[in-house]
Design a protein around this ligand. Structure first.
Ligand code: PEP
Ligand code: MG
Length: 539
């Protein structure tokens, strides 16, 4: 039969061929026939066992590298997967007629609820880990196993799902989703090609069917020709080579052809991203997204839980900057304990002062002795920074004060950038939210992020000017920093640092080396002049 192409939108670049794993099929609560129960029981047990093996492998690898603390965390996951209570719950659900994936998900949910209610805070903190374990085992159980080389097909995925599953899958396609949604950001970061917005036809794909996901062209190809499969493998090999090349040049500085220095940092939410970024030459972390590991949380994360997440990552930063962003919950990053209101980022955190104190304490403890910067998300007014500064002062209790910076990612903040720059130690342009908010787009569904639109560009230029007038550094941590069209304009406008997805660090450093700063500056000024003309014509 001939190839059949499904059109979507490329959300993470690269092309892969692989066997489809259709996630979400088990969402339907159809009960299985009694004759199928033995097989589902076997599949559920095998999936838990596969999860245990994979965790044991990861723990061994971590130990080999001397990362014993990380290894211990992973080994805790092994103990949870072996918990007889969890196993018994899985079996009971299958006996009640639920499929293996549905039984694994439900049993993990019940075990997590029990843990969350315990008096022992250390055990209660493990509840999210059990949910995550259930999700991964359920993914194994769909179509047997999530083997290396498989391609995820789903209606939609949250960022935590991509982080969990992305390490095993080589590509993903979603019926829904948007290019600026956090799931897409995590996919780009991990270098997993992704196509979103394909539509319901995507879900006609069968488990185990061979497909090609083309994240460059936004296509999913069913029944691909052998030549297309070969081309996908070729591209995969080329991408791997490019990554090795980036790693081999990690010690070369990112300096333009005419000698202008640009600092390239990595955006991370997981240890894997931080390590990949450093191996590609990142000079530090420009954005540590602290909310992503806690999207299943049932309450504000405790001090211990946050320290457990932050410390292993920050410990790896020797003589490198660590920029830790305060929780940016809301939008597509809304855990169960946050209601469905519009309040997001720092406004949400300021409504729970104790949570803010706890997070600042965790950051200070985990980042002791590091070159630490704290970044405040979704600022709309200078008073937000003052409020955080006040609590920081109290929590510091005499310890050295880290730098405090503001994300400029709302139209209000960009308009008020001069005042914010007076209270901040640095600014960080969040072009993902800024673009969507200025242009009135829906970030979770939007198919574009036109950062060079005149309305966005003028706000970016004004923010850069405000930072320089206040003599503080400014970086871009939105995806525009690694967009081939936008990056040269941003450097030309004078940003000091670019913080980009782990998989793009080497590439962006190479682009900097190929750039002529004087030319980039002239071109950016010209673009701005045209933007000014266009704006004045519109008035
Ligand atoms: C941004 O909005 O550009 C940004 C970096 O923040 P996030 O993508 O986490 O919302
Ligand atoms: Mg943002």
């Amino acid at each position: 039969m001939a190839e059949h192409a499904l059109q979507g939108v490329g959300a993470a670049p690269g092309v892969v061929a692989g066997k489809a794993i259709v996630l979400g099929r088990f969402d339907s609560d159809d009960l299985i026939a009694p004759s199928e129960r033995a097989e589902h029981l076997e599949r559920a047990r095998a999936s838990l066992e596969a999860e245990i093996k994979s965790l044991e492998h990861i723990a061994r690898e971590l130990q080999k590298r001397g990362w014993n603390e990380d290894a211990e965390i992973v080994e805790t996951g092994v103990l949870m997967a072996r918990d007889p209570g969890l196993v018994a719950r899985v079996e009971a659900h299958v006996v009640d007629g639920h499929s293996a994936p549905a039984a694994l998900t439900a049993a993990a949910e019940e075990s997590a609820d029990l843990l969350a209610r315990l008096d022992d805070p250390t055990l209660a903190q493990r509840a999210d880990d059990v949910r995550s374990l259930g999700r991964r085992a359920a993914a194994h159980a769909v179509g047997a196993k999530l083997a290396a080389g498989s391609v995820l097909i789903a209606t939609n995925l949250g960022p935590a799902d991509v982080a969990d599953l992305g390490l095993s899958a080589t590509g993903a396609a979603l019926a829904e989703g948007g290019v600026t949604a956090h799931a897409a950001i995590v996919a780009r970061s991990l270098g997993v090609p992704m196509v979103v917005g394909v539509g319901p036809e995507l879900l006609d794909i069968e488990n185990g069917e061979e497909v090609v996901v083309d994240g460059d062209q936004g296509l999913v190809i069913r029944r691909p020709d052998p030549s297309r499969v070969d081309a996908a493998h070729e591209k995969g090999i080329r991408r791997q080579r490019a990554r090795e090349e980036a790693r081999s040049r990690r010690d070369e500085p990112a300096v333009t052809a005419d000698g202008h220095r640009v600092t390239v940092l990595v955006n991370a939410a997981t240890m894997a991203e931080a390590i990949e970024g450093f191996e590609q030459g990142a000079e530090g972390i420009g954005l540590l997204r602290t909310e992503l590991p806690f999207l299943d949380a049932r309450a504000w994360p405790s001090l211990e839980r946050q320290t457990e997440f932050l410390k292993p990552i920050l410990d790896r930063l020797v003589a490198r900057t660590a920029t830790v962003r305060l929780f940016d919950f809301g939008g597509d990053k809304t855990p169960p304990f946050v209601g469905s209101g519009d309040t997001r980022g720092i406004r949400l955190l300021l409504e729970s002062p104790e949570a803010l104190r706890t997070q600042l304490s965790a950051i200070l403890a985990a980042g002791a002795g590091k070159d630490l910067r704290i970044l405040v998300p979704m600022v709309t007014h200078a008073s937000h920074l003052d409020a955080v500064g006040q609590v920081l002062h109290e929590v510091l209790d005499g310890r050295p004060r880290p730098l405090l910076g503001a994300m400029i990612e709302t139209p209000e903040a960009a308009t008020d950038a001069s005042a914010i720059a007076q209270t901040a130690d640095f600014l960080s342009l969040g072009t993902n939210d800024l673009t969507q908010l200025v242009l009135g787009l829906d970030r979770e569904r939007s198919k574009t992020a036109p950062v060079l639109d005149v309305r966005v560009l003028r706000l970016i230029a004004a923010t850069i000017r405000a930072a320089h007038d206040a003599r503080i550094p400014i970086d871009v941590c939105g995806e525009a920093a690694s967009d081939p069209g936008a990056m040269a304009v941003l450097v030309g406008l004078g940003v000091d640092e670019l913080s980009v997805a782990a998989s793009r660090v080497g590439l962006v450093r190479q682009w900097v080396r190929e750039l002529d700063f004087a030319t980039a500056r002239k071109e950016a000024e010209e673009l701005l002049r045209q933007a000014g003309d266009a704006a004045s014509q519109r008035v």
